[in-house]
Ligand binder design. Structure first.
Ligand SMILES: N[C@@H](CCC[C@H](N)C(=O)O)C(=O)O
Length: 273
């Protein structure tokens, strides 16, 4: 039985299937991604990270390797902050990058990364741009929020009541005119000037235990609400803790990258999809 190599990993429990595919040979359809990410009929994950050479996709990037990210429903997204940490650690451990500092290509642009000796990873996430205000409707409640573009779209609502009590089983609603391509929704408690607590409802996935771009958006939005555009904060999410810095035109995200295992997909299953 020949198979297709995969690895399973996570960043603060935002979990991914990695598919090494240097020469872009895999036909990664929406149906295959959705099946892989399904927690009953597949491996289960919040998203897929295809590891492909930038040149093989004809992408212009300073990075030799491109993170081809897909959401669990098979949709394509521009960027994944937790995924890029796992991706970077994979490149180092697979011997595909020699040093600890290099660049990863993404649909949101190049992202410089540093893989630390303790295997945590810092990612330069680019600018976190405040793009306006909008509302999310959660369980009939209208929550105003700050819209932030971190390469992908976010709406951050800062709440006085504990985000742990929010009912996120049903998809929250949002303004489709403001976010024609959908949006990731973050719900935040500001604990103090340097720490936040967050839950997230991701576009193309549902509630996840962490979202890296979402934590950057959350810090940028809460700084904005406090009347500034620079600062550093820890963000506690259900899956763990990350550290975010934001300044004008730049941001960083630091957090863990964990591997769980590896194996081979059954080729007949793959071909049946
Ligand atoms: N979990 C990711 C974000 C993944 C993409 C997102 N769902 C979207 O559609 O924009 C992260 O860690 O940033």
């Amino acid at each position: 039985m020949g198979g297709i190599e995969f690895l399973k990993g996570h960043g603060t429990q935002n979990d991914f299937v990695l598919l090494p595919d240097a020469s872009a040979r895999l036909e990664l359809t929406q149906a295959r991604v959705a099946a892989l990410c399904d927690r009953r009929r597949g491996l289960g994950a919040d998203g897929v990270l295809r590891v492909v050479r930038s040149a093989a996709l004809g992408v212009e990037s300073e990075g030799e390797w491109f993170m081809d990210y897909r959401n669990a429903d098979g949709s394509i997204a521009e960027m994944c902050g937790n995924g890029v940490r796992v991706f970077a650690r994979y490149l180092v451990e697979a011997g595909l990058e020699q040093g600890s500092d290099f660049v990863v290509g993404t649909r949101a642009g190049d992202r410089p990364v540093r893989v630390h000796p303790d295997r945590s990873v810092t990612v330069h996430m680019g600018p976190a741009r405040i793009t306006g205000t909008s509302v999310a409707i959660v369980g009939g409640r209208e929550l105003s929020g700050v819209a932030v573009d971190v390469g992908n779209p976010h709406l951050v609502s800062a709440l006085d009541d504990d985000v742990a009590t929010l009912e996120l089983a049903d998809a929250p609603r949002y303004d489709g005119d403001f976010f024609p391509d959908g949006v990731n929704l973050e719900f935040v408690n500001v604990l103090d000037a340097e720490s936040l607590r967050m839950r997230v409802y991701e576009r193309g996935v549902g509630e996840t235990r962490a979202c890296g771009t979402g934590t950057v958006a959350a810090v940028a939005a809460t700084l904005h609400l406090a009347g500034t555009d620079s600062g550093e904060s820890t963000v506690d999410v259900p899956g763990g803790r990350v550290t975010v810095t934001v300044e004008r035109g730049a941001s960083t995200l630091t957090g863990p990258a964990v591997f769980v295992g590896r194996g081979e997909l059954d080729e007949s299953w793959w071909n049946s999809l």
